[in-house]
Write a protein that binds this ligand. Structure first.
Ligand SMILES: Cc1cc2nc3c(=O)[nH]c(=O)nc-3n(C[C@H](O)[C@H](O)[C@H](O)COP(=O)(O)OP(=O)(O)OC[C@H]3O[C@@H](n4cnc5c(N)ncnc54)[C@H](O)[C@@H]3O)c2cc1C
Ligand code: SF4
Length: 836
């Protein structure tokens, strides 16, 4: 649980109304943003509860996280700093269980009773689980291998399960939008996927059978097997998923089941507290719960005029109306329902659907074009010269215009066929110019044309700049084309190229080479000195500090001036923070080699400090997990061993195999060389983490081919050096840099490559991106053949870094600040994995 008390904390003088929000999802956070935008912080002291242990994130992007296109960390909408800066108290990881409407209190599962003057319920929904035999264990948990698809935890669980080698087949239950996105996402982890759908055709909520048939062909062309009109009757397995049983069809063997069969509003709190609930929590046109003056509800947990929505566009509109009323900004504001449009976020299958699937009245016009062999299907329903429905498959060129025409009821051209094809109908430019100012351009983030044009006219004329400021295009990404068109239109066609895309860090407007030479020329040795000299108006930028600190340390080695606020918590306490706020300690074991004496000490420390888990890592180390921050210095002291580098953007470990010494196949002493390399380069800073390995023969037991730098002993006592390999979310076999005769040359060239990478890679650019970007031929020329005459300089720079190494764990005896090892956050209790 994370509680962020902040500027909003109650003081005797604080007479603001207490606004409590239950649910920190997309609707709850958006409602708060809208309230703040209307000056609501002056009137309200805001407290938010969210039962997920995180800040607010873009749930839409989970499909991209599953497919590996996006990192879970990249989808957060509001950072914890945002809550703090806006004086919001956030109880993350805390569930509200009941509301006492008479005493005006909410009760949460951490035992807290929180008073409110105004209450907003934004509890969203959860995956609807079908009544299928074998879905749950007798203890009531989902069977191992079964996943819902709703939260970050669901998604990460799915990714790690799918990445296990022996999990090869998945069944997705549900062939709607979410099911198809899940299926495609799972495929990207090398898993074969079957989709089982009870409807007669895929996405039957959004399109008719003809479109569904074309969609099925496109989905099957991706290698996804589709079973329509088919119901799952049981999950087979017992201890873990081994297959699914279908009605009227043969069983399907699988290791993983994803349930994407619809959603169910989270209404338990409302029901328990006596609020009106039908399909969801009932609200009026002001988003207020009937007969409750001060209780509002918003988002997927809401039923408005009989409708329950499962998309974000409606909740943006609801949040704006709610904020108008809560703040009194516009008491006449009403929400009258939303028109919804959906898009499938599956690369290679363009699907957009809005409104009606087919004509309903005799007077409705219906345009249909179908070309199944190309996967193209278009259907448009027109009523009273307005678009009331459209389905577009396989050709998205007209989507932006049609979505706007549908949303805004734009006048249509006489020649209807131009709605389907570019025949001189409303061109994109005309479409953009015709849009009203409050036309929603980005549905995911609720950004209007006016917000974009205002930003452009305010002086921001780069596409990415506008996207950063407004968040337009930062949801599912399907409106990016329209955002660009609006930006171009507002900027009179002159969108500036975006120089910031090339900056090494966002806060200093210089590319890496220019930044390094400015730093060198001016002798800037600390992060604050760089900001003062090189940032616009000397402004410090929090997002740039870590990158600058790493760069300066690399450039100045021992002469670098350390400023602690430039460090992430891991670097401040020299340990890796875990989800529950505790840390892990990984005693150093160079090359993965340890001794009975070390093992005894590790075991004693684990006993003495009640370390909840002792785990072997994939990098041949022992991880002591669950150490509270304040115990870190004592744990290190009792271990009497330096901690291994298991965190930070730096050189981490060298994995080794047993090699020549013990292995029948070994031709080189991989263990010895691994230890030498690890001892030499320990702790050096780099743009991203560096993981190395040395194998004693081409059997590659240390997985050298998929490391940032991997070394393999080959016949004749020689060694091959590979660079730019990866075996995580990205998989890449490293490129052969050189084959050399002796371990000394291995160490020299590995160090030279790492120094070149440190000097030329972008911040956070792993070697698997850097090596192909720069090209192995170029790297070989510079590093092996010294084509640019810089080899000696690279070697010297690396030597300076090696010489300036100091043991960071020495700070255990002499903390840098009094609070360095004092915990500041209450810890979240995590379930512990039982040790069998
Ligand atoms: C994988 C995926 C892809 C999607 N793609 C799209 C898309 O492309 N386009 C689109 O428009 N929409 C999409 N959606 C739907 C969209 O994400 C939802 O419409 C939106 O998140 C709803 O917002 P909400 O705030 O109502 O609910 P949520 O975002 O679910 O937030 C509710 C929060 O409240 C918490 N909560 C519930 N009960 C309690 C309690 N008692 N106490 C404390 N906290 C509680 C929940 O845990 C949750 O964190 C997608 C959804 C998923 C899962
Ligand atoms: S890589 Fe070769 S030397 Fe090393 S353990 Fe495997 S087989 Fe033996």
């Amino acid at each position: 649980m994370t509680a962020l008390a902040s500027r909003g904390r109650s003081t005797p003088a604080d007479t603001r109304r207490r606004l409590v929000v239950i649910g920190n999802g997309m609707a709850g956070a958006r409602a708060v943003e809208e309230i703040l935008a209307r000056g609501g912080a002056v009137q309200h002291r805001i407290t938010m509860f969210g039962d997920e242990p995180y800040g607010n994130y873009n749930r839409i992007m989970l499909s991209h996280v599953l497919s590996g296109e996006e990192d879970a960390g990249g989808i957060f909408l509001n950072s914890l700093d945002w809550y703090r800066e806006n004086g919001i108290t956030l109880h993350a990881g805390v569930r509200v269980e009941k509301i006492d409407r008479f005493a005006k209190l909410v009760f949460s599962d951490d035992g807290r009773a929180t008073p409110y003057d105004v209450l907003i319920i934004a509890t969203g929904s959860r995956s609807s689980m079908p009544a299928v035999e074998g879905l749950y264990t007798p203890g009531g948990r989902l069977l191992q291998g079964v996943f819902a698809f709703r939260t970050i935890d669901d998604t990460q669980g799915m990714v790690s399960y799918a990445q296990q080698d022996h999990h090869r087949r998945a069944v997705v239950i549900g062939g709607g939008l979410l099911g198809l996105e899940a299926a495609r996402g799972l495929q990207s982890h090398g898993v074969g996927v079957d989709v089982v759908h009870s409807g007669g055709h895929l996405m039957n909520a959004q399109m008719g059978p003809d479109g569904g048939a074309v969609l099925r062909r496109s989905v099957e062309a991706l290698g996804i097997r589709v079973h329509t009109s088919s119901r799952t009757t049981a999950i087979l397995g017992g201890d873990k998923v081994r297959g699914v049983q279908l009605r009227d069809q043969p069983n399907i063997e699988c290791d993983l089941v994803v349930v994407a069969a619809g959603i169910r509003p989270n209404v338990e709190v409302a029901v328990t507290s006596g609020l009106p609930v039908e399909r969801a929590i009932v609200v009026d046109d002001h988003m207020r719960v009937p007969d409750e003056d001060e209780i509002y509800a918003v988002g997927e947990c809401v039923q408005h005029r009989g409708e329950v929505y499962g998309l974000v566009a409606p909740l943006w509109e609801q949040a704006a109306v709610l904020a108008d009323h809560v703040t009194g900004a516009d008491p006449s504001s009403v929400y009258l329902g939303s028109r919804t449009a959906t898009k499938l976020k599956v690369a290679g299958v363009d699907v957009a659907s809005m409104g009606l699937q087919a004509p309903e009245r005799d007077t409705d016009e219906h345009l249909v074009f179908s070309e199944p062999s190309r996967g193209v299907f278009k259907s448009i329903v027109i009523r009273d010269s307005k678009i009331v429905g459209a389905t577009l498959l396989g050709d998205s060129r007209k989507v932006a215009y049609l979505t706007q025409a549908f949303d805004r009821g734009l006048p249509l051209p006489e020649e209807r066929v131009s709605l389907l094809f570019d025949l001189g109908g409303p061109g994109e430019e005309a479409g953009v110019a015709e849009l009203g100012g409050d036309a929603q351009v980005c549905n995911c983030n609720g950004v209007s044309k006016r917000a974009i044009t205002d930003t452009v006219r305010g002086g921001c004329t780069t596409l990415s700049g506008v996207m950063d400021v407004t968040r337009a295009g930062k949801g599912c990404g399907s409106c990016k084309l329209l955002v660009r068109q609006v930006v171009e239109w507002a900027a009179d066609g002159t969108v500036d190229e975006d120089p910031a895309a090339e900056y090494y860090v966002p806060g200093v407007p210089l590319e890496k080479a220019a930044l390094m030479s400015a730093i060198r020329d001016r002798g800037l040795r600390s992060v604050s000195a760089v900001f003062a000299a090189l940032a616009p108006a000397g402004a410090e930028d929090a997002k740039s500090k870590m990158g600058l600190a790493s760069l300066l340390k690399m450039m100045w080695a021992g002469e670098y001036i350390d400023e602690r606020d430039a460090r992430f918590v891991n670097d401040r306490v020299h340990a890796n923070i875990q989800r529950d706020g505790t840390f892990s300690v990984v005693p150093q074991m160079k090359g993965g080699v340890t001794s009975p004496e070390q093992l005894r000490r590790i075991a004693d420390v684990a006993d003495k400090y009640n370390i909840p888990m002792v785990k072997l890592t994939g990098g041949q180390r022992i991880d002591l997990l669950g150490v509270p921050k304040e115990d870190l210095p004592k744990v290190w002291a009792d271990l009497g061993m330096p901690s291994g580098y298991a965190y930070g953007k730096s050189f981490r470990t060298v994995k080794t195999c047993v090699g020549q010494e013990f292995c029948r196949f070994g031709t080189g002493d991989s263990t010895k060389l691994g230890i030498e390399i690890e001892s030499r380069f320990q702790g050096i800073e780099s743009p991203a983490k560096l993981k190395l390995a040395v194998s004693g023969c081409p059997r590659n037991c240390a997985e050298s081919l998929v490391k940032d730098v991997g070394v393999v002993a080959v016949d004749g006592g020689r060694w091959e050096i590979y660079i730019g390999g990866a075996a995580g979310a990205h998989i890449r076999k490293g490129d052969l840099l050189a084959t050399v005769d002796d371990p000394g040359t291995v160490t020299l060239l590995a160090g030279r490559f790492m120094q070149y990478y440190r000097e030329h890679a972008n911040w956070l650019e792993r070697t698997y991106s850097f090596v192909p970007r720069v090209g192995i031929e170029h790297l070989r020329a510079v590093i092996v053949d010294d084509a640019e005459g810089i080899a000696a300089g690279l070697d010297e720079a690396m030597q300076r870094s090696v010489d300036s190494y100091t043991d960071p764990w020495a700070e255990r005896n002499d903390p840098f600040t009094p609070g360095q090892f004092r915990t500041s956050l209450p810890l979240e209790v995590l379930p512990r994995v039982p040790i069998r």
